[in-house]
Design a protein around this ligand. Structure first.
Ligand SMILES: [Zn+2]
Length: 658
């Protein structure tokens, strides 16, 4: 096992070196060059206005000075995609077009979960094809008619892979059962069954899992083989009537993940019978589908959102498809329900500007309000597009055309203007009582704004527009502002660390840079081969313990204790503060390390050390009742320290590091 793990470690290391972290992160974050070898951008993990997210191009790691997240390219992809480590390896390999030999999982359970997810994606590929075929058959005629009636042409139908689920509940099951295990089909969210059958089945299921677990004890599973294995492990056939299709006589819209892989469906009924169930039916949550994490059409829209620097958010799939088909490619939908925080964060990765275009009916207005509140909290810049009563985006485009929709987009209103207008419409009387009511109506919305300066500006704007003495409103807002949890960033150790400490920390960190086979080890090119900044710094710091009492003591200790086999320098710091400090130092590496800069830094630390020791000695000498021997020892040390501090060898000249 050890040898196979090592070989896969080598693969990961090779992959990591090939995968330029700047390029991979650039798929998610708009990065700007910020220094000699670092880039910065807005944090993809939380809302922010100033770029505190940094990527180090030569050391190949990221660190966010806002939320403290840090790591390598794998950690980044894992976090941003919310996937396991092996899946991140796989995804990066795919992005680079590298063939993936084997994937190792940290536990058999994790291996099983990943296998199930892979197999479920395969089930969905097959299901999409099945529904598309059904749409082309005679029984799909009414579905096709419905889609044409909604103004969708063949190209749009095929782009969105829209299909038809036939009335029979058994066709899909029979088509898929040839390829997939029935237990897997039950997990796919595509089928229903009578509850009575369930207990018997789950017993079989866990037995099957046991078999799978023992087969994977070596933690190494080849993905494609795993999928096959899972399918081949079909146990004794169950009663034919056990499962049937959840979606019947419905137009089927695949819901895709960010990579464009179908992970769920929305089915729109074609039946007018009450028994036919809800008008729109969605897949339940499955191991591959979590509705709060998915934005409909993001896979198609993400490039346009990034390019146009805004997105259009609509409520349903049909609206989304119509707007897209009309040429507005930066449109996404929240799939019927109110927006979630995760969706807001997901969308924020592409642009923080959004035009919200929801149904203006009452239910829509409430959903709009909830969604907008969330977007405000995530610091989006929001505009609201309100179409004439009776029009949703789909109907509007069909009746009035895409140019009219484009014009409405341009005329969309800033969110707080929209709120003020609504408050004025709701409390139209121009007396102080109704003004207070309007303020109270607006306050909770303003409170959601994370940025205090923005809140102040809004207060001023609102007081002007409503004609209210701004002192009163400001008082209210001040209270609102204080009740918000303060996210003040505490003064970090960074500012207390001297230039000399920074040089030595860089020198210590260069040991791991060499170990990692450093892709960009420019610090060593052109300098003499014998110069090893890490060894030079290690020797000086350890023999004289010069780091004691410094702001960077714990970080230096962590780096000194690391040994040479550590490849990931960012994994060494023991505390969050130290990790931040190390990241800050490495991100701002500018000058090359030379024997002179390292020696200069050591001299600077010696000076600091001697001065501090001298102070201690002088304090000691002032102590009453000091035994003569101790007194003499201190006096001698005082002379030694004073002499050492006068030594020209310790002078600051020539040291760039003090
Ligand atoms: Zn962050």
């Amino acid at each position: 096992m050890a040898s196979t793990l090592t070989s896969s470690d080598n693969f990961k290391e090779a992959l990591k070196q090939q995968a330029d972290i700047v390029r991979i992160v650039g798929d998610y974050v708009k990065l700007k060059k910020a220094g000699a070898q670092n880039f910065s951008g807005l944090c993809p993990f939380r809302a922010e206005k100033t770029a505190s997210f940094s990527v180090h191009a030569t050391r190949q790691f990221f660190h966010c000075f806002g939320c403290g997240e840090s790591g390598d390219v794998f950690t980044f992809v894992q976090k941003v995609e919310n996937i396991t480590f092996p899946e991140a390896v796989r995804l990066i390999a795919q992005k680079l077009g590298v063939a993936l030999p084997k994937v190792s999982f940290s536990s058999p359970a994790e291996a099983r979960d990943a296998q199930v997810r892979m197999a479920l994606l395969d089930v969905h590929v097959r299901a999409v094809t099945f529904f598309q075929e059904c749409l082309r058959r005679p029984e799909g005629a009414s579905a096709l008619e419905y889609l044409k009636g909604r103004g969708l042409d063949a190209e749009t139908i095929s782009r969105f892979r829209i299909g038809y689920a036939p009335d029979s509940g058994f066709l899909l099951r029979d088509a898929l059962r040839r390829e997939f295990d029935e237990e897997l089909l039950r997990e796919s969210g595509l089928f229903s069954w009578k509850e009575g059958d369930r207990s018997q089945v789950s017993g079989v299921g866990s037995q099957q899992q046991q078999v799978l677990r023992s087969a994977q004890d070596d933690n190494l599973v080849e993905n494609s083989a795993a999928g096959l294995e899972l399918r081949a492990k079909s146990l004794e056939p169950r009663a034919a009537a056990a499962i049937y299709s959840k979606f019947r006589n419905r137009v089927m819209f695949p819901i895709c993940n960010e990579q464009g892989k179908a992970i769920a469906f929305t089915g729109r009924t074609l039946s007018t019978h009450e028994k036919a169930g809800p008008k729109y039916l969605n897949s339940p949550e499955t191991p591959i589908y979590s509705k709060s994490r998915v934005l409909f059409n993001l896979d198609n829209a993400k490039e346009a959102i990034r390019k146009l620097e805004y997105s259009i958010l609509v409520e349903g799939q049909m609206d989304c498809i119509s707007v897209y088909a009309a040429g507005f490619h930066n449109v996404i939908a929240s799939s019927g329900t109110a927006f979630t925080e995760l969706q807001a964060k997901l969308l924020g990765r592409f642009s923080k500007n959004v035009v919200v275009n929801f149904d203006p009916d009452t239910a829509g207005a409430r959903a709009t309000e909830r969604t907008l509140g969330l977007l405000v909290e995530e610091e989006f810049s929001i505009r609201v597009l309100t179409l004439e009563t009776g029009f949703d985006p789909d109907l509007f485009i069909r009746r009035k055309g895409k140019d009219a929709y484009g014009a409405s987009l341009k005329n969309s209103q800033k969110y707080f203007d929209y709120l003020i207008d609504r408050a004025r419409a709701q409390f139209p009387v121009r007396n102080s009582e109704s003004k207070v009511k309007a303020v109270n109506h607006l306050l909770p919305h303003i409170q959601r704004v994370p940025n205090r300066i923005v809140r102040d500006e809004l207060a001023l704007e609102i007081s002007q527009k409503l004609g209210i003495d701004s002192a009163v409103l400001r008082q209210e807002l001040k209270h609102a502002a204080t009740t918000r949890s303060a996210t003040a960033v505490k003064a970090s150790a960074e500012t207390q660390v001297t230039g000399a400490e920074r040089v030595l920390i860089r020198a210590l960190a260069s040991a791991t840079e060499m170990q990692a086979g450093g892709t960009g080890s420019s610090a060593r090119e052109g300098t003499e081969k014998e110069f090893d900044p890490a060894r030079q710094a290690q020797y000086a710091l350890q023999s004289e313990r010069l780091y004691e009492g410094l702001g960077s003591q714990s970080l230096m200790e962590a780096l000194l204790g690391a040994g040479t086999e550590t490849a990931d320098v960012m994994a060494l710091p023991k505390t969050e503060d130290d990790r931040r400090l190390l990241a800050a130092i490495l991100m701002s590496e500018e000058e090359e390390l030379t024997p002179e800069t390292v020696e200069g830094a050591v001299r600077a630390l010696r000076r600091i050390y001697y001065r501090r020791r001298l102070e201690e000695v002088q304090l000691g000498l002032q102590r009453a009742g000091l035994p003569l021997e101790e007194r003499q020892a201190l006096l001698q040390e005082k002379v030694r320290l004073k002499r050492a501090l006068m030594d020209p060898g310790l002078a600051e000249t020539g040291s760039k590091a003090s």
